[in-house]
Design a binder for this molecule. Structure first.
Ligand code: T1G
Length: 684
């Protein structure tokens, strides 16, 4: 029974029970409507407490129903019935009341919440807006300004703040909450009932408020129209009747629900829940890890050390000598002092974090570590020497992980004892901030070792994605292709800034050239040098020349762009870069630079990315297409509201992508469509 009614005297209890999060399915809506009719018809019932079974109050509408046509009864109608019921309802909230869950509570006469419970309207995070009164009832309880923040940010507030805002009426005791809720209602029945929410007045705001708020919301939304439209619905609610406002809100919600951006954000929502719980590890128990070793105290090693400390794990860092160990210590202190300066941590927290960290030069110091992460120079011999030493020093069941981003983990650990305990854990810089963690099993990794990688990700608040072994795994393999494609466009006739600007308008945080300037052109140059050392011939005629001109990016105040003394990008293509481009065009026989529209640039970058994603899935480097999307969205600044390259390809049609690739290939700007992409196009 998804909704049951328990009558024991004057206060009836309506309980929603729809595991795992009491999402509002059609059955819940119907059950709630039936419950209203049941209590309405029973004279003995004077009021109702509405609560949920399980770990949380209603977490919102059932998102899995969004791809299907709406089924009656519709939630706004159910909530109007709850609100109009002659037996007033009190919502007893625990866990999270989100989206439609909070909207149910808003339609009740009272809202009572457990300490620490949370409530919010996250619909904008799904590319939609509240669709059952969230933008119409909320301002009637908390005022227009607070409602604007709650609705457009999509962020929940804790019960304590909700009480201060007027969103709830009381915080229940941690113990005997059910009885306390019923006592609250019994006492409230003795006094004048509060007005139903829809009958309460709604405040007004002047045009200046709406103009300023709309500009701020649009900037923060980064291309997702949900927050912008949610604000418009709130503004409308201050201008028209409750019924008209509800109709406007519902129309907006239903329209947005059908958009590509809503499909994309739902896709990522479910992708974020699929990746950390791979089915092939079901029932596999991770190994315990209580003390982490980090080999290497450079940017990555220090970032990983801080990430582990933030997860509450003691960290022992090892560097090659005392001087390097001191530098490693200093690097960790610098990160933590930065967090302190930004108010992210307190002095006491700083002391706790640095207190659980130690740097040394003697490998014996990691002998008691049950998980060691190597983050030294990206050189095979250097890494192999580290692992050889670790196998000598660490316990035979200690997990030994490499943070390599481009080398083959199998080659790093080849012929070493205990092949089952090695694994790749590819963090992204800055490792204490970036969520993405590519988990790269070696050919010998035991299932419980892989499961431990996922458990470490969960403990450290990382987004784990399993990746197979190939050059660059998932994310960097695609990044390398994107950089090559971007250079092809520049050699053909585009300016670096035109490519960057077109992609940033599409929604990327930064274009490929600005990203290189940020991370440093030396990284790519080093990788190309190593590749050439392996007999490969990476193509980067412009990047090679720019690097050789000593232009490494922001770290040398000039790379693809020049920067002024304040670090601000100087408009235009620097002369040295223009020379490099001219030389590369001459070598390529480009006499008349081609011109490209922004749309052509986006296609030229996105279509090869979708093609490569299809190959990555077909080769089993990624277990599922949503994992590729998750890697790009959570680790490479791909716009979340577009759902990742695969979802974007799905939205525009894989057949169209295949055709586009044929045209790009004819111009020498991309490889033609792969068999994997053609298979997706045929299936779609
Ligand atoms: N619909 C369907 N399934 C959901 C769901 C939802 N709203 N929320 C969670 N699940 C599934 C999830 O996929 C996972 O499934 C399991 O529940 C546990 O979730 C009309 C239109 C509530 C904070 O956006 O934020 O209401 O993988 O792993 O970490 O205006 O789930 O186990 O098979 O996330 O403890 C608005 C989304 C909807 C809330 C719990 N509501 N959910 O976190 O568990 S739109 C939301 C969450 C709406 C109205 C509009 C979190 C959580 P599986 P989980 P958790």
């Amino acid at each position: 029974m998804t909704v049951s009614v328990i009558k024991n005297g004057a206060i009836a209890r309506v309980i929603i029970d729809n595991p795992p999060v009491n999402a509002i399915s059609a059955a819940v809506r119907q059950g709630l409507l039936d419950a209203v009719r049941t209590v309405e018809a029973d004279d003995a019932v004077k009021a109702v407490v509405l609560s949920c079974a399980g770990r949380t109050f209603v977490a919102g509408a059932d998102v899995t129903e969004f791809d299907k046509p709406p089924v009656e009864p519709h939630l706004p109608d159910v909530l109007n019935a709850v609100e109009a019921c002659s037996k007033p309802f009190a919502a007893q909230i625990h866990g999270t009341a989100l989206g439609g869950g909070l909207e149910i509570a808003l339609a009740c006469r009272w809202r009572l919440a457990a300490p620490g419970s949370q409530m919010g309207l996250p619909e904008v995070n799904l590319g939609i807006i509240p669709g059952a009164g969230g933008t119409v009832r909320t301002p009637r309880l908390v005022g227009v300004e607070a409602a604007a923040d709650l609705i457009t940010s999509g962020k929940p507030v804790k019960a304590e703040k909700a009480l201060a805002l007027g969103l709830i009426d009381a915080i229940l005791p941690a113990e005997n909450a059910d009885q306390a809720a019923e006592d609250f209602v019994t006492a409230a029945l003795g006094a004048a009932l509060p007005e139903i929410t829809s009958a309460r007045p709604i405040g007004q705001k002047d045009e200046a408020f709406w103009t300023e708020t709309a500009a701020r919301v649009k900037r923060a939304a980064k291309g997702n129209t949900g927050p912008v439209e949610a604000l418009a619905s709130l503004k409308n609610a201050t201008e028209v009747s409750f019924a008209e406002a509800m109709a406007f809100e519902r129309e907006t919600f239903l329209r947005l629900r059908k958009t590509d951006q809503a499909a994309a954000l739902r896709h990522i929502f479910f992708a974020e829940r699929a990746a950390p719980r791979p089915s092939e590890l079901k029932g596999v128990t991770p190994r315990p890890f209580t003390r982490i070793g980090v080999i290497g105290g450079g940017t990555m090693g220090a970032g990983i050390a801080v990430a582990m400390r933030n997860a509450g794990l003691p960290v022992q860092m090892i560097e090659r000598d005392a001087e390097a160990a001191a530098r490693g210590q200093a690097n960790v202190e610098k990160i933590l002092k930065g967090d302190l300066a930004k108010g992210r941590i307190t002095e006491a927290k700083y002391a706790e974090l640095i207190g659980g960290f130690n740097a040394a030069a003697d490998y014996a110091a990691v002998a008691d570590c049950d998980l060691v992460i190597e983050a030294v120079f990206e050189d095979l011999d250097v890494k192999r020497a580290v692992f050889a030493e670790l196998t000598r020093v660490c316990a035979p069941d200690a997990i030994l992980a490499t943070n390599t981003s481009y080398l083959n983990p199998d080659e790093i650990v080849a012929d070493l004892p205990g092949p089952e305990r090695f694994i790749g854990l590819h963090f992204f810089s800055p490792a204490n901030i970036m969520k993405l963690l590519e988990i790269v099993p070696t050919s010998g990794s035991a299932p419980d070792v892989i499961a431990t990688g996922f458990a470490l990700a969960a403990k450290a608040g990382k987004m784990p994605v399993r990746a197979g072994i190939c050059d660059g795994f998932i994310g960097n393999r695609i990044l390398k292709l994107t950089r090559t494609t971007a250079e092809r466009l520049v050699v053909a006739g585009a300016e670096p800034s035109q490519v960057d600007n077109a992609l940033q308008k599409f929604g990327f945080a930064l274009g490929p050239f600005r990203t290189q300037d940020l991370s440093g052109l030396d990284i790519g140059a080093f990788q190309r040098k190593a590749a050439r050392g392996r007999g490969e011939s990476p193509w980067a005629p412009v990047a090679d020349r720019v690097f050789e001109a000593g232009r490494l990016g922001r770290k040398t105040n000039g790379g693809w762009y020049d920067y002024d003394t304040a670090g601000k990008e100087v408009a235009g293509t620097p002369a040295a870069v223009a020379e490099a481009i001219a030389a590369a065009r001459a070598d390529a026989g480009v006499t008349t630079p081609a011109t490209f529209s922004d749309a052509e640039i986006v296609e030229a970058i996105m279509f090869p990315m979708i093609n490569e994603s299809a190959k990555i899935v077909a080769e089993g480097i990624a277990f599922r297409d949503s994992d590729v999307d998750l890697v790009k969205v959570s680790g490479y600044g791909f716009p979340r509201f577009r759902g990742g390259p695969v979802q974007y390809g799905r939205a525009i049609g894989f057949a169209k992508v295949a055709e586009g690739l044929e045209a790009l290939a004819a111009k020498g700007l991309a490889d033609g469509p792969s068999e994997a992409l053609k298979a997706w196009a045929a299936k779609a």
